[in-house]
Design a protein around this ligand. Sequence first.
Ligand code: PLP
Length: 380
Amino acid sequence: MIFDLDANATYAPSERLQGVIMEYWSRLGNPSSIHQSGQRARAALEEAREAVNALVGATRRSHQTIFTSGATEANNTVVKAQLNRPGPLVSSEIEHPCVLGPLKTLKRLGREVTFLKPNSSGQIEPLAVAEQVAPDTALVSVMAANNETGVLNDIAQIASTVRARAPHAIIHTDAAQLCGKLPVSFEQLGVDCMTISGHKFGALSGVGALILRHSTQLEPLIEGGAQESKLRGGTENVLGIISLGYAAAEAHNALPVRADSMQHVRDRFESELLGRLTGIEVNGAGVPRLPNTSNIFISGVRSDDLVVALDLEGITISGGAACSSGKPEPSHVLTAMGHADERARSTVRVSFRADQTLESVAQIVSTFVRVIERIRSTNR
Ligand code: PLP
């Protein structure tokens, strides 16, 4: 029995994608070359761009889609581009470290940066953003969906509030977790730029994109090549980008059926687990969340113990964010929501793939119950 319930860390590629990669494997040159194999690579890149645009509701006419090495690079590009743009920056405490890190660097360099607190459900409230935005604000960056809790932020409302108060602000959203799990429309969100990450929806790791409104001017983070309209130097990761385009098309075709099926599985998992055990609470329950994500507090059980014990049973989950697992510090997201360190240390993230069947939930829950009861009894 192997159950991958850690889709928010990496959504493993489909077998069909493996076939596509092998097909392209030996046929691609450098997309900047004018010979045929170079031009084949160029055509594959442009096809992938179209597929990504379709997934996020962007068009070549109105938007620029820049391939990057992932969401970390895309987020760094947006934040570090602010080094050349005066004005305060506004973001939140629950952002991924790849937004928090560069923002803290700018703060150290003397820039005014505000990190907004979420409410107790984990949402960044549009009103709280509005209160911090000034007419000279340079950047507002709020994530679309939190990677740990799955809680969704009302980006459309945040963007329209910011536009009214700070006409020159660049509005950015990190949509790495949203994209591929729920339908996304760049225009409906009303942002100026958006980050996505391929391995969160079935592409290879190490590829992502920054989607920009044409009117949004940003300096490149990586210089030294004319690739990606001079916004990202370096020979493109052709196979990675092909995988991104393929996974984007797969996700686009499968949504919203994929979202519905993930939500059925997640909801049944939560209701069965809560029905069979006491001392369980779902963080962020009651507010809009990603359909596949469950962030659960389990009293009397340390998250690391549960992750390891379930792994031995063939169930992969995470003790919070994948990249922070193994670190002794409690989750910055849960503590920002007002939870005590102890509660944060007893919380795990379960994130389902779209191909997880409803029939498998009973077996998964039984294993959780057995393992949790065992850990609790040894801790008594
Ligand atoms: N942003 C969010 C919300 C994420 O969940 C992650 C990865 O966990 C990232 C950014 C970083 O993505 P990448 O691995 O593509 O750099």
